[in-house]
Design a protein around this ligand. Structure first.
Ligand code: FAD
Length: 328
């Protein structure tokens, strides 16, 4: 146990903070996988989170910040340190500007915007998880991502609260500056939206939601896409020649295309399986483990590497692995 008792006591004394020990992280991941966290901290306000983070950092114990666990692979051994979650979830509107705290559900923000006749997030309906993580990973779907609407991101850098405009966030496909600065924790985001008829936005969202539900049934234990898609111009000419025009979307080649060619659909490792209808969707059939999941991911990466010479990159994030799983 790495976390000193004194640290746990200090955390427990912060108002609006709940502290538990030995919580199974499988209960906090959509994969339903992950061993215990030594200490699990949930903070219901920005102030409480800032204090809890400061105490955690000062303790010298390892710490990790998670959202709703929909894009996480947590080790079977769990996390030997402090896991923190910000649950503050206020969403506010001022004209066409919407502000949301990082702990709000992205879907709540999507619905809030649609209901108020604000265009900009409706294609993101059905993406699970929190607003903070959506900014961290520049979440998106159906040709749009959250960076298109971000005006300002407020985050913690140690005890200091800082703000970045969109250019400083270095957004690109499923990337932001925050992925390279794990110690910068997003507190809130301000978005600039466009007025539009609510009924039109709702209809667009409902259509997308229906398609998504067929692909990702609500009870499926998964993380959405495991691997990022590949940027067409970044691929070697020899690989580009093998890609049919019809699979290219918005300048990207779905990693599912390469995975399909190596026979990924339906592949299995213990309780973990690749969907038989989508080669970039891996799910836990019930009693799968992180070890089996990582084995399958590595096998898929090496198959694609040896057939196409390409390194697939995970979209999912790892917690509790030391060192983090290496490319195959
Ligand atoms: C069925 C399904 C479908 C999906 N479809 C899509 C899709 O279409 N498009 C898409 O982009 N994603 C998709 N995803 C992935 C997932 O929804 C997103 O990555 C989401 O943003 C993760 O949110 P979360 O709160 O669950 O984050 P978590 O999984 O808990 O964490 C993800 C990462 O965010 C970091 N993080 C969390 N909160 C903060 C914070 N406040 N500050 C800094 N870092 C933070 C964590 O450290 C971690 O590295 C899908 C997932 C599932 C299960």
């Amino acid at each position: 146990m790495t976390v000193p008792k004194e640290t746990i006591d200090r955390l427990a004394n912060i108002p609006n903070v709940s502290v538990s020990q030995g919580v199974l992280l499988s209960r906090h991941t959509r994969f339903g996988i992950g061993g215990p966290a030594d200490v699990f901290v949930q903070a219901a306000s920005e102030q409480a989170f800032a204090e809890a983070l400061e105490v955690s950092q000062a303790s010298g114990a390892p710490y990790s910040v998670i959202g709703d666990g929909t894009n996480l692979i947590v080790s079977d051994q769990g996390f030997d340190g402090i896991v923190l979650r910000l649950t503050a979830q206020t969403i506010e509107q001022e004209g066409a500007t919407v502000r949301a705290e990082a702990g709000a559900e992205l879907q709540a923000l999507v619905d809030y915007s649609i209901d108020r006749g604000l265009r900009g997030l409706e294609t993101m309906t059905g993406i699970p998880g929190s607003v903070g993580a959506a900014v961290y990973g520049n979440a998106g779907a159906y040709g749009h991502s959250i960076d298109e609407r971000v005006r300002q991101v407020r985050f913690l850098d140690g005890p200091a609260v800082r703000s970045f405009g969109p250019a400083e966030c270095h957004f690109h496909y499923r990337e932001s500056i925050f992925k390279g600065h794990k110690d910068w924790i997003i507190l809130a985001v301000e978005l600039g939206m466009t007025p539009a008829p609510a009924a039109e936005l709702r209809q667009a969202a409902d259509e997308i939601f229906k398609i998504r539900l067929a692909k990702y049934p609500a009870t499926m234990k998964c993380a959405g896409s495991i691997f990022k898609n590949l940027i067409l111009p970044d691929l070697p000419e020899s690989v580009r020649r093998q890609i049919p025009e019809r699979v290219i979307r918005e300048g990207k080649v779905p990693s599912a295309f390469f995975l399909e060619q190596v026979g990924a659909k339906g592949m299995r490792s213990g309780g973990i399986q690749v969907a038989d209808y989508h080669a970039n969707l891996i799910y836990n059939t019930g009693d799968g483990t992180a070890r089996e999941l990582c084995e399958l991911i590595n096998e898929l990466k090496s198959l694609v590497k040896s057939r196409f010479g390409l390194d697939l990159e995970e979209e999912v994030q790892y917690v509790g692995f030391s060192p983090a799983p290496q490319p195959a």
